[in-house]
Design a protein around this ligand. Sequence first.
Ligand SMILES: C[S@@+](CC[C@H](N)C(=O)[O-])C[C@H]1O[C@@H](n2cnc3c(N)ncnc32)[C@H](O)[C@@H]1O
Length: 245
Amino acid sequence: MSSTDPADDDSRNESARTKRSQDQGWRPTHAAEASSGVDISIPYSNPPTDRLMAFYAQWAERYDADLIDTYGYMAPSDAVAGLMQLDLPHDAAILDAGCGTGQAGTLLAAAGYNCVDGADLSAEMRAVAARHNVYRDLFEMDMTAPCGPQLAARNGGARYDAVICVGVFGFGPPHVDDLPRIMDAARPGAPVLITVNGKGWDLRGWDDCLMPVLEAAGIRLAARTRIRHMVAEGVHAELLDLRRG
Ligand SMILES: C[S@@+](CC[C@H](N)C(=O)[O-])C[C@H]1O[C@@H](n2cnc3c(N)ncnc32)[C@H](O)[C@@H]1O
């Protein structure tokens, strides 16, 4: 039976308002924009990809300092530690998808992996990554588009032995529906390690949407581990180990 009490209407309206503001995104409490002049809430507001790329173009040079110093960004370190637990040989061909400025690639190189490629849609982020000289190959890839054509000439035309993707998924774009595309970069059965921002996990409903997407695409969730993400914000991430075939 529906209520006619105006107080109930108020409560329903409040609940709808809360839901809408959650859908719009999230804003870190620490303000990196003071030093960088960027609006740090943009990647958490589900922007169109071209707006997201304009944001990263503006942020690229300050990205490492802001994320590490202001936000205590630990996701690359914990995700790379997760990959190292899989005991891949040092000459395994690894793709760092959404490599950004090269934080994960730098950690992989320091751990002795010598066959790591980096891919990212942002030319400005790739330019910063290139300065580290840790990637065998560094190229443009859009994870919201089919990956096959973008990967055809990479890694000698073979699929990768492992893929790592840090700090890209959570709020979107790319969204959960784009996960199957990145699986195409890995050979059958190879680990694809993806971090998902814990705030994004909750606000975008990953509890409900992840498994249907994986099941429809024949992807197995081999492991799910809670890792650190932005420590200064109290935000964790989920590290997913996905396998197909
Ligand atoms: C938060 S940064 C993470 C970068 C790096 N992996 C790290 O952990 O520092 C997100 C990266 O995803 C890239 N990105 C966003 N959308 C993308 C897409 N559709 N395809 C490829 N890269 C994308 C951005 O350019 C940016 O470099």
